[in-house]
Design a protein around this ligand. Sequence first.
Ligand code: ATP
Ligand code: MG
Length: 563
Amino acid sequence: MVAPVDPNDRVVIGITFGNSNSSIAYTVDDKAEVIANEDGDRQIPTVLSYVDGDEYYGAQAKAFLVRNPSNTIAYFRDFLGKDFKSIDPTHCHAAAHPKDVSGHVSFTVKDKPQGEDDEEVELSTVSIDDAATRYLRRLVTSASDYLGKTVTSTVITVPTNFTDKQREALTKAANAAGLEVLQLVSEPVAAVLAYDARKEAVISDKIVVVADLGGTRSDVTVVASRGGMYTILATVHDYDFAGVHLDNALMDHFAKEFIKKHEVDPRSNARSLAKLRLESEATKKALSLGTNAQFSVESLADGFDFSSTINRIRYEMVARKVFEGFNRLVESAVKKAELDVLDVDEVIMCGGTSHTPRVANNLANIFPETTTVLAPATSAVAINPSELQARGAALQASLIQEYEAADIEQSTHAAVTTVKHITNAIGVVTVGADGETFTPVMQAETAVPARRTIHVAAPKNGGDVLIKVVEGGTHIKVTKAEPKPEQNGDDDDSDFDSEEEDEETREKLWKIGSPLAEAAVKGVKAGAASKVEVTINVLGDLSVTITAREVGGKGGVRGTITA
Ligand code: ATP
Ligand code: MG
């Protein structure tokens, strides 16, 4: 255990520690920057490799998956704090295999130097916790070298389905690497923080979907952001649609081409398979930027070199099933939150796979035009999806670094996920020429305690103004477009017309729910400018206080409804 560091002596960074990649970030002048390690990488592969007693990490270690797989530890983050029985070792197939050491996940690797007399090097057992510590130590060394001072403390991001045991294991592993862990923040919230921290950001009440599409897993989270408080409404975790599945699609594509030419399957031996995988991933990344990409491997199998090209359209065809999977995931998360796509104000795309233009465009298509999809392909102001979480972690670290460790624990414990919130919107009903209208004052899912104020225009003639405060719900109104009248002599495009007839317009409408209170504000001045101010205050026990008064006037009414 690392002793709490004096707040004045802290040097803090944010860390994202993924199964595929990790990143380190720090803040300078309230802006978060992701640090490039000594290899120049900002996305640092979460891989360790041992060659003749030397430890390699990151991109160098990942390259050893071809020549030295059995001494290369990869894709291990999710194993932290888990029993051997409950892990899925699929992705370690072409790397050091996880072993069962009394129920605990371990790896056996040759991490000692070769002796003089050429004896076989002894195998060492490296527990999952040790592997995490060794890797985190490399990240921290890198950050310390970059910053020119020793990093003492950190905020690390974790998936929302990390158990307490996993969080504990991660904290311990970081402590063993000499790091004080100020806080573990959930990955999607870190992504939201990175966007909300921008100078130009307007912190409004909004529903945000965070689509974190990584290498071995995809996590979709629906977050209600209410006055700077974040409530997680639903999460979906998936291990069948992620970056490696896109790699697989390309691997199959190029393997088939290779077989046609040389009658040998590069997937049938481990080393060829590893080469095929690495190059397929590189080609995939190139296709996020360009519409054409090269695939080229020396001595891919049986001594044959292989090079080919692929264009984006072809890629999108061979990987179509995976792309469709991403859409279904996001749709299922929205549904799980009992919301409609029309309720979603913003989609934040993060994780490396979010660079893929087709993935972002497909998602943009399932949401209405009013929903902002923040990804490089769909928005000019998108932040690099691979950097979002590290930036969020760094921002959070710089926010809380001045507090004593004990205070941080108290004030920030689980603040994000378990706060109480109101189920229905609360708003004001006003009566006008078109009947009653509902104006929301406080959105559904607002974390409590909370307070909101609106101004309602008073009737022109003044007098007593009746304010009805009610709960509001929404419903989706579907309108079928009117069939177009036949156009004479122009039947050529009748096919198109019939398609349009099926088109539906869907809009979100407010529904007036159960009444909470009525208040009469007496003797409001006449005049177009006269207004009534309504303040709704919901306390932690969900009791509601409503205050209504004339703007600029004296007095007013006030009432409390118990929960
Ligand atoms: P996980 O924990 O899911 O394994 P991670 O969170 O550690 O993943 P990320 O860096 O978010 O990792 O995602 C890695 C995935 O993103 C890899 O499959 C990688 O190939 C892919 N990726 C990275 N950059 C790009 C890009 N420019 N275009 C397409 N895919 C990319
Ligand atoms: Mg991730």
